[in-house]
Design a protein around this ligand. Structure first.
Ligand code: GAL
Length: 446
């Protein structure tokens, strides 16, 4: 069993080592030949299937990928699945709502009622380990990893984030980047604004834009505000102190955290007043439509921009969130096998596709993410994702809060409550006290 601290220490050191060795790099080509396309689901371990349900072979897969580039990515992987397993009906139980805000509530209710979907989308890291594994809601997948040779083609740094007690519990389908600043190149140029590289130059740029009556920073509903918060914490605190928030080595009541929260408060002054009523797609679209200059969002926004028919480097540009250049704040969508899955063999078939080169190469270029596997062909990806591959293999990697890496669900939800109160009544002192209490209640702080 990894403690949070050990997990992160291990994660960080393995990560740096593997980055140095380019083990995670997009150009890694050495993949063992894996038999995944021909593996019958029965050949891999699955929980006891009741005798051959000759009728309806199906698999129910749960996610929140219902639109805006996300559904298109999932659909591309379903096509691969249907080709490999034509006898299994794919039941797509996606529930709309960015970052799974609605879907995860529905999932929790179903799990509580003992009615799990066969497989669902989760996030590598504490969401998986500290929530679903801790709740005995998942089946281990070690045999599936062995049968498909996945330990040789998944970044070794990711394995501790999906494992507990030597059991591996999910199949990562991608790597997303959270700390991306999307911008409208024409607006910046028209206002004589350079792409900012640190918080001060970002504030100066946004002052200029605000004076010109342009919305400086497009923002959406509350989870996107938590997403913005985590990137500003990273920028303001730096990598080590940011990581320390999650293992107890950075004091949530310190003046550094106060300063970071003040930076966040200042960033919010540049945002649109109707943020709470906008989805992440609505907010991102303001940038490509020329109604706002910047948006901070994960790189699923790129899948959305492409779906809108927008051109990279023309309709939208990108940079690391100011002050985070050289750091890749990551998350990984990862599919699991439910304990008590109604169709375990079909679920294993789905997971086999999710972990396959073919499945990941179909899914990721459309979704706006890079493969979790290290052997995907970079030529299949557009210019933004190729740059993300370079950064993933060369940057310092830290984890995302909003998307499940660094905190389990209960801690994240206390932070979300604190954030909600702060948005309603912007008092830094109260906000910081609530964050301190959240760490004591659900995190590593004592
Ligand atoms: C994240 C998820 C991404 C994307 C995003 C917006 O939590 O990992 O794949 O779906 O939410 O919905």
């Amino acid at each position: 069993m990894f403690s949070k601290k050990a997990l992160f220490a291990l994660f960080t050191s393995l990560l740096m080592l593997s980055m140095a060795l380019s083990a995670c790099g997009p150009t890694a080509t050495q993949a063992p030949v894996v038999p995944e396309k021909t593996e019958a689901p029965e050949a891999t371990e699955a929980p006891e299937a009741t005798e051959a349900p000759a009728a309806a072979q199906e698999v129910e897969v749960f996610s929140w990928w219902t639109g805006g580039g996300e559904a298109a990515g999932l659909d591309a992987m379903i096509v691969v699945f249907n080709g490999m397993y034509p006898d299994i009906d794919f039941i797509n139980s996606a529930v709309a709502g960015g970052a799974g805000t609605n879907a995860r509530a529905v999932l929790a209710t179903r799990l509580q009622a003992g009615d799990p979907p066969d497989s669902w989308q989760g996030h590598a890291g504490q969401e998986l380990i500290g929530t679903y594994v801790a709740g005995n809601q998942l089946e281990p997948l070690n045999d599936l990893y062995e049968a498909n040779g996945w330990l040789d083609v998944m970044p070794e740094t990711l394995i501790p984030l999906i494992s507990d007690n030597s059991n591996i519990y999910s199949v990562p389908v991608n790597i997303h980047r959270a700390n991306v600043l999307w911008y409208n190149p024409a607006i910046l140029e028209a206002n004589g604004v350079e792409v900012p590289t640190d918080l001060d130059s970002w504030f100066a740029a946004m002052d200029t834009l605000q004076a010109a009556d342009v919305i400086p920073l497009a923002l959406g509903e509350q989870w996107t505000q938590m997403h913005l918060l985590e990137t500003v914490l990273l920028s303001s605190l730096g990598n080590d102190a940011y990581n320390g928030l999650w293992d107890g080595s950075t004091d949530w009541s310190s003046p550094e955290v106060t300063a970071a929260l003040e930076d966040f408060q200042k960033v919010l002054t540049y945002t649109n007043a109707d943020a709470a009523s906008l989805s992440w797609q609505d907010a991102a679209q303001l940038v490509v439509d020329g109604d706002a200059a910047f948006n901070v969002m994960g790189d699923w926004a790129e899948g959305f921009f492409r779906e809108l028919g927008k051109e990279p480097e023309v309709d939208y540009g990108w940079a690391a969130v100011p002050g985070t250049e050289g750091t890749f704040q990551f998350l990984s969508d990862s599919f699991v096998l439910a304990a008590g899955a109604p169709h375990p063999d079909s679920a294993v078939a789905w997971l086999t596709v999710a972990g396959s080169k073919e499945g990941q190469e179909a899914f990721n270029p459309v979704k706006g993410s890079i493969c979790a596997r290290t052997d995907c062909d970079p030529a299949l990806f557009g210019v933004y994702l190729q740059s993300a591959m370079d950064d993933w293999s060369s940057n310092v990697v830290v984890g995302s809060l909003t998307h499940g890496v660094v905190a389990n669900d209960s801690w994240k939800s206390s932070i979300d409550t604190a954030l909600g109160l702060f948005l309603a009544d912007p008092n830094i002192e109260n906000f910081q006290s609530a964050l301190v209490a959240a760490c004591v209640e659900s995190g590593p702080c004592k």
